[in-house]
Design a protein around this ligand. Structure first.
Ligand code: ZN
Length: 319
């Protein structure tokens, strides 16, 4: 029987106002020191951390401080991966500061532009870190029809962009609602989904819906069954300390283990390491709650029988 495996993936990026559109000029990174402290603590607690870095992060002084600090651990407890936010990543098609929502998903861009932006990001990460990234995470989970070919041509082996059971099509993004947390091996590329799960106080219901994403999708399509799901307290959780407590994270982990899934990605955004930089951490108290959920979960995961921590590039090498 396979053992539970956890990868911690940090979306290492600029501090932008989340509800105010996408601007090329929003590229400030000032949370490097707080991030070093947090990641260091995760590693001391036994975790392995993937820094999926975008262009503003990797080119900023604060981001480079983080890179210098963790470089000796690269390939062991740390992986440097790529995270594409197209609105702050050259080349740019126009001089406009504001970028339309539809173009904030890299997979919606014309193929040549998606390729050109990812090429610049890949080469910048390679130059700054000394290691060419082989693991990719699309900004806003936005992979599209050309992404796989582009990734393969740039030497990527692992894609972390699938968000299990999640449909972003109402905001012009991809629809992953028929994907579970199962890894997908596609010859040169391995897809490891960001972990999400249906939870319910009634295990049978959660197990059924987690096993049959198509049923869950159908139920959410109609107002009557949506009310039924609400009454049965059926919810969708993401494996993240942003907006979720340790109890939430434990419940969703158990619901996935119940259906035999053993691969987990716990994720959050790097600016959450500093008070005031994401909507989830706006005060010292919220930062304490965030860290409490994160570290209590890490210790819980360590206590699961045979559990392991890993960086995605380890799997890419096996493929
Ligand atoms: Zn991002």
């Amino acid at each position: 029987m396979s053992k539970p495996r956890l990868s911690i993936v940090i979306h290492a990026e600029e501090e932008f106002p989340w509800d105010d559109g996408f601007y090329r000029s929003n590229n400030q990174v000032s949370h490097g020191e707080q991030l070093i402290e947090l990641v260091d603590e995760l590693i001391r607690a036994g975790g392995k951390v993937t820094l999926a870095m975008d262009y503003p992060f990797v080119t900023s002084q604060s981001g480079q401080k983080v890179i210098r600090y963790f470089k000796p651990m690269e390939g062991k407890q740390i992986e440097f991966a790529a995270h594409l936010h197209p609105w702050v990543n050259p080349p740019y098609e126009s001089q406009m500061d504001r970028i339309e929502n539809i173009d904030s998903f890299p997979g919606n861009l014309p193929s040549e532009l998606e390729y050109a932006k990812l090429k610049v990001l890949t080469e910048t990460i390679e130059k700054v870190t000394g290691t060419r990234p082989t693991t990719y995470l699309a900004g806003r989970y936005g992979i599209g029809k050309n992404s796989a070919e582009i990734l393969k041509s740039l030497g990527y082996r692992v894609d972390l962009s699938i968000s299990a059971y999640t449909d972003f099509s109402n905001i012009e993004g991809p629809d992953f609602s028929l994907y579970s947390n199962a890894m997908i091996w596609d010859k040169q590329l391995i897809y490891i989904p960001h972990t999400c799960s249906v939870v319910s106080p009634i295990n049978l219901i959660a197990n059924y819906l987690n096993r049959h994403p198509v049923k869950y999708k159908k139920l959410r399509c109609n107002a009557f069954s949506r009310t039924m799901l609400r009454l049965l307290r059926v919810k969708m959780y993401r494996l993240s300390p942003e907006g979720f407590t340790f109890e939430h994270l434990k419940a969703m982990t158990e619901s996935q283990i119940n259906i035999g899934k053993k691969e987990f990605i716990l994720s959050f955004h790097s600016p959450s390491a500093k008070v005031g930089c994401t909507p989830y951490v706006q005060s010292q108290e919220e930062l304490s709650r965030f860290k409490c959920a994160l570290f209590t979960y890490l210790n819980y995961f360590k206590s699961l029988e045979g559990s392991q921590f890993y960086i995605p590039k380890e799997l890419g090498k096996e493929n």
